[in-house]
Design a protein around this ligand. Structure first.
Ligand code: S3P
Length: 433
């Protein structure tokens, strides 16, 4: 589907409740499926990615039902699925599930295939396969990629330091550690989102952090619980950016997760001169939450400190879009991980920004974006939800209409994006391609 965006004719005004956090939703589906008893989850993200993880847990024997906006998962006893588990586009789903299943005691006689769509099938899996094998997991890959074939068996705890700051790698090893003999220690090379560590205690699991080390003993029993998912800061970033870009705008986003391991985007926006007011509210479970108000701002370019990159890893497409409309030059470095996301986000954003007249240079580990006028035209999502939404937001301040091909990928993480932006006053419409 093609998404057509007209340049904004008036200010964006209003409040918006962004959908539930994607990272937390995936984790709740997996942990809820493993935990004994019925977990009840409100605010679970209804998107293609998070539905795929729930469906995988259902195929593994968890009883999943939905009513009154709540997901109920009766977990605790898993069985071999009837066929391959298809995680679609979801890196988090496939990597965390591989860890969770690698040593699962209920699945010891099973052979389980994990598969995904074309994009996911190109993404690197060696980063989880290697540590899982070091724990004793029997796991076959296909030249470092999907499909993965698991034959769950006994695991040993390990001490492991990932090469990159990655919450997916850390979480895969910790989830495998739940079924390992002895202690598993992950030594983080730098901070990455810590939702797994925050959620495990709510399922009755003891986990301890000491500096950069996370310690977990195997053989612990998970207990079901009641959970609420806060709004996703990574989704909020789009409406926030729209409010910053369109003259006269004021946009308020309620109940957004403000986990400090995710707040790189707020630091970067602050450095660019954005007027974003952060109002902390009551925590949801172990996650800090608050409201964000964005007012139209004159943004300036910024040399982004590389140590902020893992804290804003999913926000670089929208940061690059904002940089294109800012005064001056924005320099991104230390961001080579962006090349192995749902698309090569450095290459794709640079290519698509050029099509809208932006001056941008791609580098090995980042990009240099020169702010200036943005013209209308046709661009492509390259099958990446965040690329589509970032270009759609930038299009609000383009000189002419912008058409985004393959924009239906937005449903991967934020199916109500177009409705939410239109409710704030944006002019966007779908057309058949
Ligand atoms: C995620 C971790 C990040 C992020 C992804 C979600 C998670 O990936 O890009 O969208 O939920 O753990 P990496 O851990 O590979 O950086």
């Amino acid at each position: 589907m093609k998404l057509i965006i007209e340049p904004a004719r008036s200010a964006l005004e209003g409040r918006c409740r962004v959908p539930g956090d994607k990272s937390i939703s995936h984790r709740l589906a997996i942990l809820g499926g493993m935990a004994g008893g019925q977990s009840v989850i409100s605010g679970y993200l209804d998107s293609a990615d998070t539905r795929a993880t729930l469906a995988a847990m259902a195929a593994l024997g968890a009883e999943v039902s939905e009513s009154d906006g709540e997901i109920r998962i009766l977990g605790g006893r898993l069985r071999a699925p009837a066929g391959p588990l298809d995680l679609g586009n979801s890196g988090t789903g496939v990597r965390l599930l591989a860890g969770a299943l690698a040593g699962h005691p209920d699945l010891r006689a099973a052979e389980i295939q994990l598969v995904g769509d074309d994009s996911l099938s190109r993404r690197p899996m060696g980063r989880i396969v290697e540590p899982l094998r070091a724990m004793g997991a029997r796991i076959a890959d296909h030249a470092g990629c999907l499909p993965l074939t698991l034959r769950p068996g006994p695991l040993n705890g390990i001490r492991f330091r990932p090469r990159m700051a990655s919450a997916q790698v850390k979480s895969a090893v910790l989830l495998a550690g739940l079924h390992a003999q002895g202690e598993t220690v992950v030594v983080e090379p730098g901070p990455s989102r810590d939702h797994t560590e925050r959620l495990l205690p709510a399922f009755g699991v003891e986990i301890r952090r000491s500096g950069a080390e996370i310690h977990l003993h195997g053989g612990q029993v998970l207990r079901a619980g009641q959970f609420h998912v806060p709004g996703d800061l990574s989704s909020a970033a789009f409406a926030l950016a729209a409010g910053l870009l369109v003259p006269g705008s004021r946009v308020v986003l309620d109940q957004v997760g403000l986990n400090p391991t995710r707040d790189g985007v707020l630091r970067i926006l602050d450095g660019m001169g954005a007027q974003v007011e952060v109002r902390p509210g009551a925590a949801i479970g172990s996650e800090p939450v608050g409201s964000l108000t964005a007012k139209h701002s004159t943004l300036r370019g910024l040399e982004i400190p590389p140590e902020w990159v893992p804290l804003a890893i999913d926000e670089f497409p929208i940061i690059m879009a904002l940089a294109a409309a800012a005064d001056g030059t924005t320099v991104i470095s230390g961001a080579e991980e962006l090349r192995v996301k749902e698309s090569d986000r450095l290459a794709v954003m640079c290519r698509e920004l050029v099509r809208l007249g932006v001056r941008v240079e791609e580098t090995a580990d980042g990009a240099v974006v020169h702010g200036g006028p943005v013209h209308g035209g046709t661009v492509d999502s390259h099958g990446d939800h965040r690329i589509a939404m970032s270009l759609a937001v930038l299009a609000l301040v383009a000189e002419g209409e912008v058409a985004i091909d393959n924009a239906e990928w937005i449903q991967t993480s934020y199916p109500t994006f177009v409705d939410d932006l239109c409710a704030l006053g944006a002019l966007m419409r779908w057309e058949e391609e």
